[in-house]
Design a protein around this ligand. Structure first.
Ligand SMILES: [Zn+2]
Ligand SMILES: [Zn+2]
Ligand SMILES: [Zn+2]
Length: 311
């Protein structure tokens, strides 16, 4: 095994591998100092709202339709380094709106497409810069792990493949070797009553979910890398998906993450988004066995999500 990653240290946290489980951990004591919503002393100023640019590190890129200087108001989209990085230089925040209450699905078509194009550019920059993989996540609501309420996405670039992506790459390989097909293409094809919507983008609930109302979204076309996606078309599909999840779960806290091809892809892969509503906690058996217990039949969840789709 690769032992060099045991020693990978940075000014942010330190990436370590548990030699018994093989799982990766980032030990980042500095992140304990980051602000948390709900802590009164910290709640006075939102560092992500327009006018508070001085509370964040200097921006990496921004969209200012009416012009203006960097790190000043007037932006509609802003990418910044994370002030409390898990791994230094490899952890960014993308703010898709200066407005504290605007979620991704509330954006105009134009702003949502611009946000997705920004995600694609930042993923490209990190992969070109030597990252092995980039994981994009959105944490929404108390109970999702979000430390700041203002809607935002985070990009985590890692010098090694995260455990879950590695597991998926192995399953893609195994499935292709056995059946000669893509496991995700087959999953979408076989969704049946778990299909939420079809078309150029397909949304479905996995038959063996980790979370109640868990929803996956992927392009119908077999494509490994999200950077090839048309931002407007992906935006439209993402909006439908997020609106349905929000409505069907009563705006429950949720996490969203993107799995896209790593820098060096040797076998098959098919990029996808996973959305994980957090209607219940993760308990000891799940943690102790890596086996999930889900109290909602994914076919019933899909029916509720279909009923909640915007017209
Ligand atoms: Zn805010
Ligand atoms: Zn595929
Ligand atoms: Zn995945």
């Amino acid at each position: 095994m690769d032992r060099s990653i045991d020693d990978h240290a940075s000014a942010g946290g330190e990436l370590r591998r548990n030699p018994v489980s093989g799982k990766l951990a980032i030990v980042a004591p500095g992140r304990a100092a980051r602000p948390h919503d709900g802590v009164p002393a910290e709640a006075a100023v939102c560092p992500f709202c327009a006018g508070n640019e001085a509370f964040t590190p200097p921006e990496i890129e921004a969209r200012r339709p009416s012009g203006g200087a960097p790190d000043t108001p007037g932006w509609t989209l802003r990418a910044i380094p994370n002030k409390y990085p898990a791994l230094a230089g490899l952890h960014e925040v993308v703010l898709h709106s200066p407005d504290h209450g605007v979620q991704l699905e509330d954006l105009t078509d134009d702003d949502l497409a611009a946000t997705i194009a920004c995600y694609q550019r930042r993923i490209a920059a990190h992969l070109a810069g030597g990252a092995a993989a980039v994981t994009l996540v959105v944490n929404r609501g108390l109970g999702s792990g979000a430390s700041i309420e203002h809607p935002h996405a985070q990009l985590f670039a890692t010098p090694v493949l995260p455990s879950l992506l590695l597991d998926e790459l192995m399953e893609f390989e195994r499935h292709r070797n056995r059946y000669g097909t893509c496991v995700l293409c087959d999953e979408m094809e076989d969704a049946g009553r778990r299909l939420v919507f079809g078309g150029d983008y397909v949304a479905w609930t996995p038959g063996a979910p980790r979370f109640a109302f868990e929803l996956w979204l992927a392009p119908r076309e077999h494509v490994a890398d999200v950077r090839e996606a048309d931002p407007a078309a992906l935006g439209a599909a993402l909006r439908r998906t997020l609106r349905a999840v929000r409505s069907a779960t009563g705006d429950a806290p949720c996490n969203l993450w993107l799995h896209t091809a790593p820098a060096e892809l040797r076998g098959p892969f098919h990029w996808h988004v996973e959305i994980a509503p957090r209607l219940s906690g993760i308990a000891g058996f799940e943690l102790g066995s890596d086996v999930s217990i889900v109290g909602v039949d994914p076919a019933d969840a899909a029916a509720a999500l279909r009923a909640a789709l915007p017209a």
